[in-house]
Design a protein around this ligand. Structure first.
Ligand SMILES: [Mg+2]
Length: 410
């Protein structure tokens, strides 16, 4: 039986408890500090000392793919970080060939950036809530922005504009909501009352926000919900939409989520990159069409031998970013190392293109086949390996509850 540490609040107009309870044996799912003033946060590599493995045997072959996806993403992120924003002209002359330190953010070799930090926030949310709760995902992104939660450096040192705007809007809505329902603001991050949560509008972005920030953190959603493909695809779209309101972002996440789900179901690279993928999996998309820009990618626009010369670009726009990551996967000659380097050397959003590539390629090639020489330097590797076990375990528990009707479709 789990023990709880959070004080459980009551509200005059709501008889149900509305504050989330924290399991004492999983405090690593919440911000922990070295000091009582909450100034120095514990980094993921410090939290890993508190973690224990899930209690049951888990499917090793699925775990290998889930760990491959999570660590593949982090490897792509750290590989590209030192040259983020460098133009393709620079990288054509000075290509990245290995992990490096310094550069754009002055990080140590193997440290990751916003892409992986946000994905870790998303993964901890799914595990902590044992379900898909968009409100809680936003809370954790806010913790990252404000307190450096899940950062490799104790601070949020890089954030995209659309995400920053959405998180500030989220915080504003939390204040309005707290006042309206007379909830102490400090309890707002732990809201658990389902009826209250339903009344909170979590879509904090607008049409036109179509940056790749929605896609760079996606992996935990399809990895957790892959056993129910239609739901996994819809949740993939919604996970992006809370910070990127454009239809293109929603559909890019749905399509890429479906590719990761297909990989976990053992589909081949040819099947995944097939121009008929959407039609072959139409029910996964709930028969809803893809935006025409995403449909073009799904029918093979990324299959360009000339890469950069034929218009493949590693830029912020989610449509181009998705296309670039798939181009890297398609042309990697079955080598994660080659694909990740190709993604980085497109320039501009180097870390994000490679992080998106790594989510799918890592799931396909599996953790066992990721380059050891890079894994040896990867920051907080044990945290991410254990977190992946919890994604596998809690995803399986969620699915059992869903199939027995205990957990309802949201
Ligand atoms: Mg980044």
């Amino acid at each position: 039986m789990l023990l709880f540490v959070a004080e459980v609040g009551q509200h005059s107009s709501h008889k149900n408890n509305h504050v989330r309870q924290i399991a004492r044996d999983k405090q690593w799912l919440y911000p922990q500090y070295h000091d009582s003033q909450h100034i120095k946060i514990k980094r993921p590599d410090e939290l890993e000392q508190e973690m224990k493995d899930p209690p049951e045997n888990i499917d090793k072959s699925i775990l290998d793919r889930i760990q491959g996806s999570m660590l593949g993403m982090a490897l792509g992120d750290t590989l590209g970080a030192p040259v983020e924003f460098e133009p393709p002209e620079y990288l054509t002359v000075n290509p990245v060939t290995d992990l490096q330190e310094g550069g754009t953010w002055g990080l140590k070799k193997g440290q990751f950036t916003d892409d992986t930090s946000m994905a870790l926030c998303l993964a901890t949310s799914l595990i902590a809530r044992q379900d898909f709760v968009l409100y809680d995902q936003l809370v954790r992104y806010k913790w990252w922005l404000q307190n450096g939660y899940m950062s490799s450096t104790e601070k949020c040192f890089d954030i995209g504009m659309a995400i920053c705007d959405s998180l500030l809007e989220f915080k504003r809505r939390q204040k309005v909501f707290a006042a309206k329902y007379q909830i102490p603001f400090e309890q707002m991050d732990f809201l658990a009352d389902f009826d209250l949560l339903k009344m909170f509008d979590v879509y904090c972005s607008n049409d036109g926000a179509a940056g790749n920030g929605a896609l760079m953190r996606l992996a935990p959603v399809p990895l957790f919900f892959y056993r129910q493909p239609t739901l996994a695809v819809e949740y993939s779209g919604r996970s992006g939409r809370i910070t990127h309101g454009d239809q293109k972002a929603y559909d890019a996440c749905r399509y890429y989520g479906a590719l990761i789900v297909a990989t976990l179901h053992g589909e081949s690279k040819n099947d995944i990159l097939n121009e008929n993928f959407y039609h072959n999996h139409k029910s996964w998309f709930d028969n809803k069409p893809l935006h025409k820009d995403i449909e073009m990618i799904s029918t093979g626009s990324f299959k360009k031998r000339g890469g950069l010369k034929e218009g493949i670009q590693g830029i912020d726009f989610i449509v181009k970013s998705l296309e670039a990551a798939l181009w890297a996967f398609w042309s990697d000659e079955n080598s994660f190392e080659k694909g990740a380097l190709s993604a980085v050397n497109l320039g501009n959003n180097t870390d994000t293109t490679a992080a998106i590539y790594g989510q799918l390629a890592g799931a396909h090639y599996t953790y066992q086949n990721l380059p050891k020489k890079w894994l040896n330097h990867l920051y907080a590797q044990n945290f991410m390996l254990c977190l992946s076990k919890w994604i596998t375990y809690e995803g399986s528990i969620w699915n059992s509850k869903y199939e027995s009707g205990v957990t309802k479709k949201q």
